[in-house]
Design a protein around this ligand. Structure first.
Ligand code: ZN
Length: 434
């Protein structure tokens, strides 16, 4: 597969690190002069921009958190005057105000380039037709992919999210070859398509670029067999840029290449904030080194993953991050056991009789936390055979205990009874009062 930006994407480590250092120094000097938050934080820590002499010196700088962005809502983290900002996006938080981010003309240009790189990595070329089912709006998915597709020279269909039946008609008639969307929504689409008598296998897709929520290898298998395409993972968050921070190559589909000429990556222990040993899992932290309007330094993403430094057969030299396995704040502690929804998902996917739609409900009864896993049974296995269903619930419950060490009640529910989301799936309902 052709590499979009061959010079930068295959640059040897040494050259890449020289560029990173130069860009980091420029960024730190600029934000120290323009963003009061960074000046105050660095003054307090006794660090001057001129102290950044090597890449390792980045570790001397304090982290930036979502709370810092909230405290400076809406525009106080911007490093350029408003007349240079040409786009604003925002991400919804689970609590409180959204996080507001801005882009200069050059930022939008960089982002389009990185999304074009990402689409090329997934196998897209100028000759492809891209069905973009990410939402257009404040969310970065829709417009991010849109600009990238145009930059690549492909034909983009700006379908956005929702209107599921219309999406399927468009897929049949317009014959798109690349599909972009949130994996849980795409599986929902496949389900509705079947109801309409449309088999995804007969559509014209060759690759799917899926992201905006963590998904597992089991889900990749599910997507690839149901949709008859190559499924690659894309990663990004609005605070850092949007989608295109990292992407899997279609050659290996084993971890996401991080655009290291634009972002410096670290993995830290979320408790001690110290770097983890190479290859170990921890919280992924990003520093942007080319962004003008909204640079972030050592931004804590709360996403848990690890880095894979093994050279990739696709030829790209940029380091890969493994698929995120969850978030530090998604993590449930059930009777002292750390549980990520993605781990439960892996267990559920082992069972051929259940559909990939599930929800975890946590309650506190007395002083005891209880976990109920609601999971849909697939159409074919759904029957009135109570004994059969009970046996299946027992088996899944046993498997969860076996793999995760936590007791869970499993409740099989009828097909299509768990509410479908047009965006990120709601995987956890926590009814506990702390
Ligand atoms: Zn690769």
């Amino acid at each position: 597969m052709p590499i979009y930006d061959i010079d930068y994407e295959t640059m040897p480590r040494e050259g890449l690190e020289a560029i990173q250092l130069r860009r980091l120094q420029t960024t730190i000097e600029r934000i120290y002069a323009t963003v009061p938050f960074y000046k105050e934080t660095y003054d307090k820590a006794g660090i001057k921009p001129s102290d950044i002499k090597r890449l390792d010196d980045l570790r001397r700088l304090p982290f930036t958190t979502k709370q810092d962005l909230r405290d400076n809502y809406p525009y106080r983290m911007f490093a350029v005057p408003m007349e240079q900002v040409i786009r604003i996006h925002a991400s919804s938080g689970t609590t409180g105000k959204p996080t507001v981010v801005g882009y200069t003309k050059r930022d939008i240009n960089t982002w389009a380039d990185l999304m074009a790189r990402s689409m090329a990595a997934a196998g897209a070329t100028a000759g492809d037709i891209i069905h973009n089912a990410w939402g257009y709006g404040l969310f970065t998915g829709g417009l991010g992919a849109h600009y990238g597709a145009e930059r690549l020279g492909a034909s983009v269909i700006p379908v956005s999210g929702g209107n599921t039946k219309r999406q399927i008609t468009i897929m049949q008639d317009f014959k798109p070859t690349i599909l972009c969307g949130t994996p849980s929504y795409i599986l929902h689409l496949a389900e509705v398509a079947l109801e309409m008598g449309v088999d995804f296998k007969n559509l014209s897709f060759k690759s799917g670029i899926f992201g905006a929520e963590p998904w597992t290898e089991k889900m990749r298998h599910e997507l690839e067999t149901k949709l008859n395409l190559k499924a690659v993972d894309i990663y990004g968050l609005s605070e850092v840029m949007g989608p295109g921070v990292s992407v899997e190559c279609v050659e290996e589909q084993k971890g996401l290449h991080i655009a290291e000429d634009h972002f410096i990556v670290e993995i830290v222990d979320p408790d001690t904030l110290e770097p983890v040993p190479p290859g170990d899992p921890g919280e992924i932290v990003f520093t942007t080194i080319t962004k003008e309007a909204f640079p972030v330094i050592r931004y804590r993403t709360k996403d848990i993953t690890s880095l894979n430094p093994v050279p990739c057969t696709c030829g790209r030299t940029h380091i890969r991050m493994n698929k995120p396995t969850g978030r530090t704040d998604d993590m449930l502690i059930i009777r002292g056991v750390n549980v990520f929804p993605s781990q439960i998902e892996s267990v559920l996917m082992e069972s051929r009789e259940v559909a990939p739609h599930y929800q975890l409900v946590v309650d506190r009864v007395g002083n005891l936390d209880t976990l109920t896993v609601k999971v849909e049974i697939d159409e074919a296995s759904f029957s009135d055979d109570i004994k059969g269903l009970q046996a299946m619930e027992g088996k899944i419950s046993h498997d969860i205990k076996e793999y995760l060490g936590v007791s869970a009640k499993v409740a099989l529910v009828e097909p299509k009874t768990i509410e479908r989301s047009q965006g990120k799936a709601v995987r956890v309902i926590d009814n506990r009062q702390f």
